[in-house]
Design a protein around this ligand. Structure first.
Ligand SMILES: [Zn+2]
Length: 241
């Protein structure tokens, strides 16, 4: 499994993923950094692998090389994407190349873990044995029922030192009601719509859409007001883009 994800320090995302894969019998291939798209395609083809772990922008760069090219790795049919939003255009381009995308949701604050899509592609199945997830009204702080959109809040109970308790991520999402079509008993966090930003006062906030955000782009400044209760409460945490 080639890993193009950035971060080669000892406890970076890529080495941690490589270690976890090795523990379940999967042979990880840490791509060099930087790894131009042509080099990545050659590596994937040489290793004869079927599964890729990468940033969405990295997969997009690979697809722009044209899957019809003779050097395109024929066995590659799945990709675990993390670190950036996955838009419909990328999903479509990947599907045309015969690649099924499994998007991952996680935070640096949770040591990158969180949830991952299943074959139903409705949202992220959560690993709540380690990371309980709630969705709250970002203004009142009150819990929201499944299906209602609000701020995603996580706890890192398995951490040995300084666990986070009910940490407000600033991400906007909703818990999908009912069982998943795949049959998994794990709860599913729906697609994360964007980032919650304060908007001129303690009783107002808005949504900054996630679409088109990558590590190299500024986020779209398309903010829409959110309809929440009147209780004024400033949002406590924001991860800056
Ligand atoms: Zn599922």
């Amino acid at each position: 499994m080639p890993i193009l994800l950035p971060g080669r320090r000892e406890h970076g995302a890529a080495p941690l993923l490589a270690r976890a894969l090795a523990e379940i019998g999967v042979r990880p291939v840490l791509a060099p950094q930087p790894c131009p798209p042509e080099e990545a395609v050659r590596l994937i083809a040489e290793e004869g692998v079927t599964y890729l772990a990468a940033l969405p922008s990295q997969l997009r760069a690979l697809l722009e090389l044209s899957p019809a090219a003779p050097a395109w790795p024929p066995a590659l049919d799945r990709a675990l994407l993390s670190g950036e939003p996955v838009d419909d255009g990328l999903r479509h381009a990947a599907a045309k190349a015969g690649i099924e995308i499994f998007a991952h949701y996680g935070l640096t604050e949770t040591c990158f873990g969180g949830g991952v899509e299943c074959g139903a592609h409705q949202g992220y199945h959560l690993r709540e044995a380690d990371l309980p997830v709630e969705v709250i009204d970002p203004l009142s702080g009150g819990s929201l029922a499944d299906g209602l959109e609000g701020e995603v809040m996580v706890s890192t109970l398995a951490r040995r030192g300084r666990p986070l308790l009910r940490y407000r991520t600033g991400d906007m999402g909703r818990m999908l009601p009912g069982p998943c079509a795949c049959g998994s008993p794990l709860r599913t966090l729906g697609p994360v719509a964007g980032r919650i930003v304060t908007d001129g006062g303690p009783s107002r906030c808005s949504l900054r859409k996630r679409e088109q955000r990558t590590r190299h782009d500024r986020p779209a400044q398309d903010a829409r007001p959110l309809a929440f209760g009147r209780q004024a409460r400033r949002i406590g945490h924001h991860r800056h883009p």
